[in-house]
Design a protein around this ligand. Structure first.
Ligand code: PEP
Ligand code: MN
Length: 338
């Protein structure tokens, strides 16, 4: 921690703060500038809340951490990129991983048709929601366990690994039984008991950024999963809330290079939720790859006009195939494959 003192601090005041720091079990390192004095407190990070209390002293301007608050997610701890293998797919290597499928699993036929078509277009992972986090309690809530079974059947038919959302700690074992990657949705990014539970699940976790979470909060959520013993976390930027209303959310592509500079975890972009309109999905998918993302997650529906959720942002399979052609070119420009 760094303790910044207000200008004009006297030697006696500096010594008083140092004495308090020592009293908390830390070693103070004082740097006296012309105007300000800064004290570095070195020691066990776990007591840092106590150090923070020093901010209540009149003479103290601010108490700020030195190290990043997330550790296992940080490049300070691991400098090699994390690569996550699921079936024949890998996330975090040179190849861009494209996950595609319907927002919600609606029927056996729907999911089998989409799975076959997205695979033919080059997707390597099938997405589909069986437990849906809907804003309204009256909206379609998903087929639940029946939906999981259809996804597992589509996996057997196509060989594509499956990603699906889990919303409650009590359902983690059930969802993990039928799927290959556990998706934590934007609305649950700070559901800490769920994060702890998926930390023990033994399946990779795709952690969506919350619509109002800072990058630091998002990485601390990833830290919960990592600290729980699960090293396989994929970050997903899916758009944040801003003042703009022309799109459903604002896809924060800044997050991609920022997160790449802070962590070794792979990051994927969700241009479907990020824009909310199918017409913008291809442009933002390409932009995500150009920004350095390791993958994409995209909603595809055979009949978007009849979808039970997120129809306006879902691509028809032909449009998805066209997107893949364009994405391949952008990936090649970035020295990556799809
Ligand atoms: C989804 O992937 O269908 C979904 C609900 O996403 P998000 O949590 O990002 O809103
Ligand atoms: Mn959706």
């Amino acid at each position: 921690m760094i303790i910044v003192l207000k200008s004009g601090s006297t030697d006696a005041q500096v010594e008083d703060v140092c004495r308090r720091i020592r009293g908390m079990g830390y070693t103070p390192h004082t740097i006296r500038g012309e105007l300000r004095t800064v004290i570095g407190a070195v020691g066990d990070d776990r007591g840092k809340e106590r150090l923070r209390s020093l901010e209540s002293l009149e003479i103290v301007e601010a108490v700020t951490p030195i190290l990043k608050p997330f550790k296992l997610a940080s490049l300070e701890v691991r400098s090699e990129p994390t690569r996550i293998r699921v079936g024949d797919a890998e996330i975090g290597g040179n190849r861009i991983a494209v996950m595609a499928g319907p927002c919600s699993v609606e029927s056996r036929e729907q999911v089998l048709e989409v799975a076959t078509k997205v695979k033919a277009a080059g997707a390597c992972i099938l997405r589909g929601g069986a437990f849906k986090p809907r804003t309204s309690p009256y909206a379609f809530q998903g087929l639940e366990e029946e939906g999981l079974k259809y996804l597992a059947e589509a996996r057997r038919e196509t060989g594509l690994p499956v990603i699906t959302e889990v919303m409650e700690p009590d359902k983690v074992d059930l969802v993990a039984e039928h799927s290959d990657i556990l998706q934590i949705g934007a609305r649950n990014v700070q559901n800490f008991s769920l994060l702890r539970k998926v930390g023990q699940a033994g399946k990779p976790v795709l952690l969506k950024r919350g619509m109002s979470t800072s990058i630091q909060e998002w990485l601390l959520s990833a830290e919960y999963v990592l600290a729980g013993g699960n090293p396989n976390v994929i970050l997903c930027e899916r758009g944040i809330r801003t003042f703009e209303t022309a799109t459903r959310f604002t896809l924060d592509l800044n997050a991609v290079p920022v997160v790449k500079r802070l962590t070794h975890l792979p990051v994927v972009v969700d241009p479907s939720h990020g824009t909310g309109h199918w017409e913008y999905v291809e442009a933002m998918a390409c932009a995500g790859i150009a920004a350095g993302a390791d993958g994409l997650i995209i909603e595809v529906h055979p009949k978007p006009e009849e979808a039970l959720s997120d129809g306006p942002q879902s691509l028809k399979p032909e449009k998805f195939a066209a997107l893949m052609t364009r994405v391949r070119k952008v990936a090649a420009a970035m020295d990556r494959e799809v």
